[in-house]
Structure formats: C-alpha cells, structure tokens
Design a protein around this ligand. Structure first.
Ligand code: ATP
Length: 149
C-alpha cells in the first residue's frame, strides 16, 4: 500500500512480526528513530528499548533488547537479540528477574559483572514498562466500552 512500510521483526528463535505499518519508531543506538515509507537506507545497531508500530488508529508496543536494523525505503528489517510484544510479556517473571539482579548488584559484584547486571536491569525495567502499556490499553478499552452502555 502507498505510504506504508513493511516491518519484519526476527529473533534467533522466531519471526515475531511481519506487517505493513504507517510508521515505526525504534531504539537506535544513537537515539529513538521514527521511520516512514521512503526513508533513506541505513543500518544501525539497536539499544535496549521500545519499538512502537503505528497503523491506523492502532499502536503496538514491543520490547527489544538490542540487535540490528536495516532500513530500506519500503522495508524495515529488525534482527533482535530478544523481542516480546506487550501482550506476551510475563510481568511477574520480569519483576522476579529485576529483584534477582538488584540483589546481585547490591552484593558488590566484580567490576566486569556490573555492566552485565545493569543491562539485565534495563531489560527487566523495559519489559515491565511495555507490559504496563498493554494493561493500560486494556483498561482504556474497558472504560470506553463501559462509556457506551
Ligand atoms: P530471565 O532471567 O527471566 O530469563 P532475562 O533478561 O535473562 O530474564 P533474556 O535472556 O533477555 O531473559 O531472554 C531469554 C528469553 O526469554 C527470550 O526469548 C526473551 O524473549 C524471553 N523473555 C525474557 N523475559 C521475559 C518475560 N518477562 N516475558 C516473556 N518473555 C521473556
């Protein structure tokens, strides 16, 4: 379709998503990037962060923990280290992982372990944030449904 861009999100385990969207925003290593149809070709590494897909009135949120992205004018290919859609994140698991990591950080880890633990903490915090976006949307949908009655 004119003015849309195809987005593929692939992890080592699976193809998470292949869809045609109006706009995608990505956590590039140099900052959040907004990509529309016709964007100049580029290659970038990805940071731990949120991918946001805009399609009509819908917005979809995905947690990504690094990887690479190739942008072409009509297609964005994301090779992610890990990626989860907001509705498939297990918030309890993320909370438990966060608590474990915080405990290890508080126990004076080896200097080489510190960045590894800090990255794990960022992944867990991101998963919690993206999972909350899903809960927030369900809440908003519930409110508008109730409003119609
Ligand atoms: P954990 O200690 O809970 O495994 P982690 O940050 O070490 O957390 P990762 O190594 O980043 O986990 O991911 C391992 C796999 O598990 C990936 O496929 C990732 O998508 C998935 N995953 C990790 N945490 C969650 C979660 N909270 N909900 C759903 N999938 C998750």
């Amino acid at each position: 379709m004119a003015n849309t861009i195809v987005v593929d999100i692939v992890t080592p385990e699976r193809l998470l998503l292949s869809d045609s969207v109006d706009m995608v925003t990505l956590p590039g290593s140099l900052g959040q990037m907004g990509i529309l149809h016709g964007h100049a070709p580029l290659l970038s590494t990805l940071d731990i962060g949120e991918i946001i897909l805009h399609k009509g009135n819908e917005t979809q949120f995905i947690a990504v923990s690094g990887g690479v992205v190739e942008v072409r004018p009509d297609k964005v290919t994301i090779l992610a280290d890990t990626a989860e859609a907001s509705d498939e994140i297990d918030a309890e698991r993320a909370q438990a992982a966060l608590a474990r990591t915080e405990k290890m950080l508080a126990e004076n880890p080896q200097p080489t372990q510190r960045p590894v633990l800090e990255a794990a903490m960022r992944r867990s915090n991101l998963r919690l944030k993206v999972a909350r976006r899903h809960q927030g949307r369900r809440h908003a949908e519930g409110l508008s449904y109730e409003g119609k009655q």
